[in-house]
Design a protein around this ligand. Sequence first.
Ligand SMILES: [Zn+2]
Length: 375
Amino acid sequence: MSEALSPAELLRYSRHLLIPAVGESGQLRLKSAAVLLIGTGALGSPVALYLAAAGVGRLGLVDTDEVDASNLQRQILHGESWIGKPKLESAAARLREVNRHVRLELHAVRFTAENALEIARPYDLLVDGSDNFPTRFLTNDAAFFLRKPLVYGAIHRFEGQTGVFAPHLGGPCYRCLLPTLPAPGSAPSCQEAGVLGVLPGIIGSLQAMEALKLILGIGTVPLGRLTVYDALQSTFRSCKLSRDPQCRLCGDHPDITGVSNGETTAPACCDFTHNPMQSITTTELRALLAGEFTGLLIDVREPDEHAIARIEGSRLIPLKNLPDQLGSLPRDLEIYVHCKSGMRSAKAVRMLLDRGFTRVRNVTGGIDAWLADPI
Ligand SMILES: [Zn+2]
């Protein structure tokens, strides 16, 4: 524990010290805090830079990748002279330049079910900057068993989402959002789908902010709420996410008893990265429907909701009826699923993917986003 701030630290953190809710005691909390960041890539870059700049005392970094020229468009921790060298070394050099007061702990190993608990245990909270589903599940499960908050973030093309999972404090875990791994090939990799370079800067910065809030104990922890950012629409949406009583990890009758399980030990190949599922924005859907639409649009809301407002041409199949209707759905057409805000439809998409449908996409933001779109 650090007893006081040095004159150099008082000067460095003066803009924090001016904020009554932070002050010197808050800065000392930051100095005493230890954060583990999984990944020093697109999301990890802004997270690491801001946490180091803010004076988080101990920052653990996990990564085994090397810097590639194609990283530089978005992974702002790394520069040209580091191409071909370990990201961890590049990150450490940059972060030491940002703030020499921060103790960096470099874990140059793959984050696996064998070492996750051991690596994460000495930290106060975890920040997920990973780019693949098995690591996301592993980070979630490790945080759950260690009873530490997890700051989650994910990006895809023009859209990103972030939230805090901490079932020990209330609210859901990542598995309540995504119970199982998406079918291989059902979610595009970053290499296939792309991502606009600024997007991880925005989502990673939001993650860094939530980490600071958790450490400082200020504001509201967004337990049970996902923030979804749509860059094309310039909108932030806050989606409710409840704990799933059926969740295999944090539910009422869990059957996952350790961090080594089917999801966390799956190969972290780039077949599934960055997006929990394929999605389509309402803007993209509107453009599709305006053309020669050959797919199927399913509304999984209830009949009374459908009666109030609907997207022309949609087929109403309430979520609870979907399992009985699977036989009537075409497997050779693109299927788009929407609900009110995108959560029930996400469950429907997962159900369809689990049942072998491969051309399924979730309409981001649901009919709420559809109605809010400028036409
Ligand atoms: Zn859960």
